[in-house]
Structures are given as C-alpha cells and as structure tokens.
Design a protein around this ligand. Structure first.
Ligand SMILES: Cc1cc2nc3c(=O)[nH]c(=O)nc-3n(C[C@H](O)[C@H](O)[C@H](O)COP(=O)(O)OP(=O)(O)OC[C@H]3O[C@@H](n4cnc5c(N)ncnc54)[C@H](O)[C@@H]3O)c2cc1C
Ligand code: SF4
Length: 558
C-alpha cells in the first residue's frame, strides 16, 4: 500500500489543506446537548439510521471520522480517478497515518482500497450492485450443512429489503429466476444489457447458463431529485452526476430533518459503565477531545472500524473490549472472494461503453452445500476509463514501446477485452479476524487495526469451480484467455463482514436479532459486521435493510 504518489489535490478543490483548516475554524464541533441518539459513522448504515430516527422526531447527532466532501469537487476527483499517477485511496483523500493498518494474515489485505472515510462512507466509491441474499443464506447450517444459521430468516427481512430498495433507488427487473421472492417491482426499470452481454448471451445459451439483469443502485431514470445515469463510466470510484446512490443522500436528508452531522471527529472510545454507554469520546481536528452524551448509541463504522472501536473501548468492566463478554468481537472476519477469467476476442467487445455490470447469473448459487460455497457469475463491463490496468493510460505506461508502435498496440489490444467474474462465499472462521496491532498507532495514538484474513478450503474449491465455468464461457466465445484469478491469487471483493456477529446466544455473538449488543442496553450495531454468514451477494442492500430494522428497534426502546 502506498501513498507516495502526487497529493490528492487539484486547482480550486477544497481538499487543499489550507482551505480545509480555514473552513475548520468556522465549524462548531462541540457536542449536541440533550441528544437522544448518537450515530457513529456516516456511511449508508449510519446515514439510514440517522435519517429514520430524525424522521421520528429524535435529536440525532452523527459523528464521522472523515471529512465532508464538497459535491462540486467531484469532477476533479473523477479526473484523479482516471490518472494512473494517483493511487486509488487518494481519490477520496485517504490519509496514510489516519488510515494506517496492518495485514497479518496469510493473504495480504489491501484495506484502504476497500473503504473510504468521510461523509458517505465507502459508498462514495462503491460499484452499486445491490441484490438480496438468497433464502438459504439465512439458513446455512440447516440448508447447506456448514456455518451458522442466522437468528432471523428471509421473511423477517423481506419488508425491510423492499423499503431499502426504495430508499437507495434501485434499477432492476424481475427476470432472475433464482432470486428470492419479491413483492413489488424495483423502483426503476433495469439498465439494458451491454453490448458485450449480447456476445455472452450467445455463448451462455449454448452452454445453458441463464443470464439475467443486475439490480443497480444507480438511476436508470431521474429519481429522488437526482439525475439519470449519463454513462461517465467512472462509477467506481466516483460518480460526478449523482446518478449512483451514495450515503450522502441519507446523511443530508437526516440533516434536513434536524440531525446534526459533525465531520472529521474520529470517535476514540466509548465511555461506559457495566450496562450502558455514557458518551462517545471524539477528537476534533484542533486536538481537543469532546464527550457526546446520548440516551442511545448506534455504532455504524463499517466491518473493520466497528470491532476496532469496541476493542479500543476496553475497561475494567470489559477487559477484552466493549460488548465482548462472548470474546467474539473482531472474530469471523469474512470477505467475498473474487474469481475471474478474461482474455481477448478478435472482434470489438465495447467494454468501455458501460462503467458497471448489467448482467450476471445466479444459476449455480443454490447448488451450495458443505463441499461447495454459493457463488454468482458476473459478466464484466470494465474496459472504461477507470478500469485501471485495462485502460489505455495504464496499458501505455506498462509497455516499453513508443510512438507509432505504442499506438498500434493500443489499437489492437484495447477494445476487445472480455471477462467473467464471480463472487464466492467464504465461511466464518475464528482465525480470520480484526485485531489491534500492538506495535503501531494511528495519528491519534490508537493501535491500528490488524486484518488477519484466512480462507477456508470450501471457498478455494469453489473458486476452482467458478474458474472452470468461466473458461467454458470464454472457450465457447472463442476468446484467447490471458488472465485468471483463482484459488492461488483470489482477492477480496471489498466487503467487510462478520466481526460483531448476530445470534440468539450471547455466549457466541455480540448482538441479538434486534441488533442490540447483548452486553449494553443502549448500544446497537448497524453494519455487515453483524452478518453470521456472508452468502455470495454484495452486502450493502442487506446492510441497508438491517439499518432500517435497527432504527425500528431503537424506536421501540426510546
Ligand atoms: C470499490 C468498492 C466497491 C464496492 N462495490 C459494492 C457493490 O457493488 N455492492 C455492494 O453491496 N457493496 C459494495 N461495496 C461495499 C460497500 O461500499 C459497503 O458494504 C458499505 O459502504 C458499508 O456501509 P457501512 O455504512 O457499514 O460502512 P462504511 O460505508 O465503510 O461507512 C463507515 C463510516 O464510519 C466512519 N468511521 C469509522 N470509524 C469511525 C470512528 N471511530 N469514528 C467516527 N466515524 C468512524 C468511516 O469514516 C466511514 O465513513 C464496495 C466497496 C468498495 C470499496
Ligand atoms: S456511468 Fe457515470 S453517471 Fe452512471 S453511475 Fe457511473 S459514473 Fe455515474
């Protein structure tokens, strides 16, 4: 991981350090008096909870570690995203000391590529694929013979899924025969399949692999006051048009309903007694520490910082970390594994015309058992300006040719790439965890998170199976295979799950089905950190559904 690239600044951008400091001088970062609820973290989970609780008339304060980004900077950030000179975390002003971490597992974990700190959280640079978990994902032990069952099932979450789809604004169709039952159409029609999807369709028909649309959290038509997608193709890591949902939507909506959002105030620890949190102790940019009191606290710091904050908050009541009488805080860290196979065709594939995925296949998902994990196939559309190594600037920089030779290579090698990806479930394991690194501290003197990521054999076997199917599809197309990501080199899909798991049993989990910690009566967790298993669908729709459920449970108590 490196930030030794040019600093993340551009002319006229408020990301300039002096501008930030002078803006800071005008900002009131003192605690809010008489707060009912303190939400920690302003990603989608925190934003949705804050909006829902402010809507109910509660006094809500949101504390966010990172900055509030100026929407008018998004074109400058987009420019940064497409220049190989800038490292990806620089697009959203990642900071080497603030975001420092250790990766001690067998596989390196590139944490700062997988998150963004600031108002909006990681949805600032997410892709926006949003599908529901399958019914069996909630019953892994019973249906597949491995992993734990969730303490809630699909039917419990089903109404919240529908609500979450309306809240995020999802373009989708009812054409996935493998998806769980739904009650109403998506809020917007699905995006049409890309040109390369039509190439895949012919091959998949031959191989009897069903293709269907991808539900996308981006506007296929004007929605909720935001424009329709205009096809920039830089969605991940920045959408300048606002067509792609990000959590600033909910954070700003909460503010219009009276919530107070304080940025650049990392919460250092949660001050508490034996049964309840008293205050969130946060650091302001000027170095001063403040205590935000509230009746209820919702921790929504993502799957890595949520357990870290609990571990940092250890005390004589909780010597192993707050809310950790079960000893499971930080344990069972899960990711989705990305498998992929790609190559080139001797015809144009036009991957560069769409910046996001329009088709996938869940055909093999529910074949999962104790031997093989659930997985889904993704028909890639990544050839556009932000596609890193597949984009012309990176291709040019990687080669040793110049002038006409370079031009000729780009003409022949760019525009005919093709690829199929897959997301594979990994099982929860105790030796896959988020801990605290005893040897290194961040810019505030707190031990940095240690990501110790390990992968089970079932997931590795399934990566092989996904690769085999991908090879068959590309073989049917007549593609020359030039790259493969499989068991040896599979990386994370940037989804942090499982580190404060949910169960009815307080001895083996951190929260109950009401998302409240077993140990503390006024502390809820809204995050994929509560997932007992991960399934093989992108997690954020489920995070949003659980955030809505958590907000309802807070309202039951306050
Ligand atoms: C490149 C990329 C692509 C992705 N694509 C998809 C996709 O297609 N579909 C999908 O479902 N998911 C995707 N994801 C994952 C998705 O972004 C996350 O699941 C989602 O943002 C998690 O939401 P959250 O609110 O739980 O956490 P986050 O979005 O991470 O927000 C947590 C917030 O808490 C703040 N915070 C942390 N610690 C503290 C503290 N101590 N004090 C105060 N604030 C704190 C952070 O700064 C951050 O703003 C992608 C992620 C990445 C990085
Ligand atoms: S294609 Fe462009 S407008 Fe559409 S979501 Fe992506 S970045 Fe936004």
């Amino acid at each position: 991981m490196s930030w030794d690239r040019p600093p993340a600044q551009s002319a006229g951008s408020r990301t300039d350090g002096d501008a930030e400091r002078s803006a800071d001088a005008d900002v009131d970062r003192t605690p809010v008096a008489d707060a009912d609820v303190c939400v920690i973290g302003a990603g989608p989970a925190g934003g949705i909870v804050a909006d829902r609780l402010a809507d109910a008339g509660l006094e809500v304060v949101v504390l966010e570690a990172g900055p509030r980004f100026d929407p008018s900077d998004r074109h400058a950030r987009q420019e940064r995203a497409i220049r190989p000179a800038y490292d990806r975390p620089a697009v959203w002003d990642g900071h080497p000391e603030r975001d420092a971490y250790e990766s001690s597992g067998a596989r390196h974990y590139p944490l700062n590529y997988t998150r963004a700190k600031g108002v909006g959280g990681s949805t600032l640079h997410w892709q926006g694929m949003v599908m529901r978990l399958h019914e069996d994902d909630f019953n892994s032990a019973s249906a597949r013979g491995v992993g734990p069952d969730w303490p809630i099932d699909y039917e419990d979450l089903r109404p919240y899924y529908a609500e979450a789809e309306r809240e995020l604004g999802i373009a989708g169709a009812d054409d996935n025969p493998f998806a769980p039952p739904r009650e109403e159409p998506h809020p917007m029609p699905a995006f049409p399949p890309s040109y390369s999807d039509s190439l895949f369709a012919e091959a998949c028909e031959e191989l009897e692999i069903a293709m269907h649309s991808v539900p996308n959290a981006r506007n296929s038509e004007r929605y909720d006051g935001r424009s329709a997608c205009v096809g920039y193709g830089t969605c991940e890591p920045v959408c300048p048009s606002g067509a792609k949902y990000d959590a600033t939507v909910h954070v700003e909506r909460a503010e219009t309903k009276g919530a107070t959002v304080i940025d650049r105030v990392p919460v250092q620890r949660l001050a508490h007694g034996p049964d309840a949190i008293d205050a969130a102790v946060y650091a302001a940019p000027d170095g001063e520490e403040h205590r935000q009191h509230a009746d209820a606290f919702v921790v929504a710091c993502g799957g890595v910082e949520t357990p870290r904050l609990l571990l940092l908050s250890e005390s004589s009541h909780y010597p192993d970390g707050l809310a950790n009488s079960s000893g499971t805080v930080g344990k069972f860290f899960m990711e989705h594994l990305f498998a992929g196979t790609g190559g080139i065709l001797d015809e144009r594939t036009r991957l560069n015309h769409v910046g996001f995925l329009t088709s996938e296949s869940h055909q093999f998902y529910d074949d999962a058992d104790a031997e093989y994990a659930p997985f889904k196939l993704e028909f890639l559309n990544y050839g556009g300006p932000a596609a890193l190594e597949m984009a012309p600037p990176a291709m040019a920089l990687e080669g040793e040719d110049w002038g006409d030779d370079l031009l000729e290579r780009l003409r022949t090698e760019y525009g005919n790439q093709i690829g199929v990806g897959a997301l594979v479930e990994q099982l929860p394991r105790e030796d896959s965890y988020i801990g605290l690194d005893p040897d290194r501290t961040d810019d505030r003197g707190n031990p940095v998170p240690d990501v110790h990521w390990t992968i089970d054999d079932r997931a590795l076997r399934t990566l092989d199976r996904a690769n085999e199917i991908q090879e068959r599809v590309l073989g049917e197309l007549g593609a020359e295979i030039t790259w493969q990501v499989g068991p040896e080199n599979a990386g994370p899909a940037f989804h942090h799950m499982g580190t404060t798991r949910m169960s009815d049993d307080p001895a083996e989990s951190v929260v109950g089905p009401d998302l409240r910690t077993h140990d503390l009566e006024n502390c809820w967790i809204a995050s994929s950190s509560v997932f007992p298993t991960g399934g093989a669908t992108n997690p954020t729709l489920t995070i949003a559904a659980l955030a809505l459920k958590a907000a309802d449970h807070v309202l039951e108590v306050l």
